[in-house]
Write a protein that binds this ligand. Structure first.
Ligand SMILES: [Fe+2]
Length: 508
């Protein structure tokens, strides 16, 4: 009996002590892990070219067609997965590919393209191992706790998701706490970004929002542990000191790829796609695989007052979303435009196995407007756009203000990758589309014309894969008409990127 009590007390101490340590230690699993050896034979003239390894680092002048506006000078940076395979082993998910930075420089009537792999700990580990594959043995959470406590868990720094700039420092980010700074001229990795604060989140959103009026970035992160928290923080454009503005305790954190903000509120949208933090300890797969869809639960809008930090939670029927379009306040309500899905199956539809299966459809999505009445607490919703819409953008001057136009990628065939760029006019309920045979699109980026007075006065930049010609080009569209005004082509297909930003007139 005494032995049993002693043993129980011992285990209890281990759990309490371990949980305490784990709370402060990064221990969630490596997102690159792979457990299937896939027989991949991608079609050579389809969108599948955009999901293949790029072997070389390139720096070349592009061939110009059409007219690039004289006022358009600057650098367009993207982050994305560039290497998916090593020695016939593959990443499970496209987004797990090794990080690469891409730059399109527009200057003095020329366009040059350059890319470079990010040198990070994950890439070193994969290359040393000679395999994308890791042993995958299901652990109990207790053994996972022991691993977290007594082994050096690799940090996740495969920053292939977005680009940021703080002061003069260019930074590639993923959804991890670890970001990589890089030289914008050579694209060489400088190393992990050194923040001057104590933000201790394990997950950090890769889509921070900029509040032009307050001249500050807003972002949120999640801390996993015996107790989990969402942490909202802000930082100035030239400061690496991030200030936590509020902390919200949560039992089972949700996966939230982006969030919304208005002049007076920050809104976290918690779909019922949640994780039991103890499953992260026992897991030996990817981070996202630990999250479970709970269709009987609701989607919560966690509304944080930016002045008082008071938190109000409203909820509605379950939906999943990845990207927000914009949010603003109107007539005592918060209006949010989101690209929504019925469920999180989009996550599994981007495994390489499914991408290379022509019988498997890609995900469908809608732009949905939610109106949260702050007085009555009522939520209403309406579908703004019924055709498939992905990676939306707006004129950033409208961020946190009512917007009329949305530019996005789209498709006319769910069995094909995104093959359209479109402009959605919310006022006239009209859509303009750019499309070219065998060409595949990613994020449109809106650049406003200097001294413009119209919301849509400017151009759209987008990197397009021409699968038939096995080339990639930077496309320039008139943002008003959605018609092509120029393109800059390089003689290689390059992998699809995730997200990026345009920085005006910078002499690199
Ligand atoms: Fe994203």
């Amino acid at each position: 009996m005494i032995k049993r009590i002693a043993l129980s007390l011992g285990v209890l101490c281990l759990v309490v002590f371990g949980s305490f340590i784990w709370f402060q230690k990064e221990s969630y699993p490596d997102q690159l892990t792979t457990h299937i050896a896939i027989e991949i034979e991608p079609e050579q003239d389809s969108y599948m070219l955009g999901f293949q390894n790029i072997q070389s680092e390139i720096n070349e002048q592009a061939i110009l067609q059409g007219t690039f506006p004289e006022w358009l000078e600057g650098d367009l940076f993207f982050a994305g997965p560039g290497r998916f395979e090593i020695n016939d082993t593959f990443t499970t998910n496209w987004s797990g590919g090794l990080a690469m930075i891409h730059r399109w420089s527009i200057k003095n009537g020329t366009v040059t393209y350059a890319n470079k792999f990010i040198e990070n700990e994950i890439a070193k580990k994969v290359i040393e191992r000679g395999s994308m594959k890791e042993p995958r043995n299901k652990k109990s959470w207790l053994s996972g706790l022991a691993t977290a406590l007594f082994s050096d868990a690799p940090i996740y720094d495969n920053t292939n998701t977005n680009i940021m700039k703080i002061g003069n420092e260019f930074i590639a980010v993923s959804e991890s706490a670890h970001t990589n700074s890089f030289d914008p001229c050579t694209l060489k990795t400088i190393g992990h970004t050194q923040y001057k604060d104590e933000v201790d989140c394990h997950y950090i959103c890769a889509h921070p929002l900029f509040d032009k009026e307050k001249n500050e970035w807003i972002n949120y992160g999640t801390t996993f542990g015996a107790r989990c928290y969402y942490k909202l923080f802000t930082f100035k454009p030239d400061s690496k000191e991030r200030k936590i503005i509020t902390t919200i305790k949560v039992k089972n954190p949700a996966y939230m790829h982006s969030f919304c903000a208005t002049k007076n509120y920050i809104i976290l949208i918690e779909s019922p796609f949640r994780v039991n933090p103890y499953d992260l300890l026992g897991a030996n797969g990817s981070f996202i695989e630990c999250f479970k869809w709970r269709p009987k639960d609701k989607t919560n809008f966690i509304i944080v007052d930016r002045n008082t930090h008071k938190v109000t939670t409203l909820n509605t029927k379950p939906f999943f979303f990845f990207h927000q379009v914009n949010a603003f306040e109107q007539n005592g309500a918060i209006v949010l435009d989101l690209v929504t899905y019925d469920d999180p199956s989009i996550i599994t539809s981007y495994t390489l196995e499914k991408i290379f299966d022509p019988e498997h459809p890609f995900d469908d999505s809608r732009v949905t407007r939610f109106t949260l009445d702050l007085e009555t607490k009522a939520i209403s919703s309406s579908i703004l756009q019924k055709t498939t819409t992905k990676v939306p953008t707006i004129n950033k001057n409208c961020c946190m203000q009512p917007h009329r136009y949305i530019w996005a990628s789209g498709t006319d065939d769910l069995y094909n990758y995104t093959n359209q760029l479109k402009k959605i006019d919310l006022l006239n309920k009209k859509e303009k589309i750019w499309q070219e045979k065998d060409c595949y699109t990613r994020d449109p980026i809106f650049v406003s014309k200097p001294n413009s007075s119209q919301e849509d006065e400017g151009i759209i930049l987008s990197v397009v894969l021409d699968a038939r010609k096995k080339q990639t080009f930077l496309l320039v569209l008139d943002a008003q008409t959605c018609e092509e005004i120029g393109r800059a082509t390089i003689t290689h297909p390059i992998p699809f990127t995730l997200h990026g930003k345009f920085f005006k007139k910078r002499n690199l």
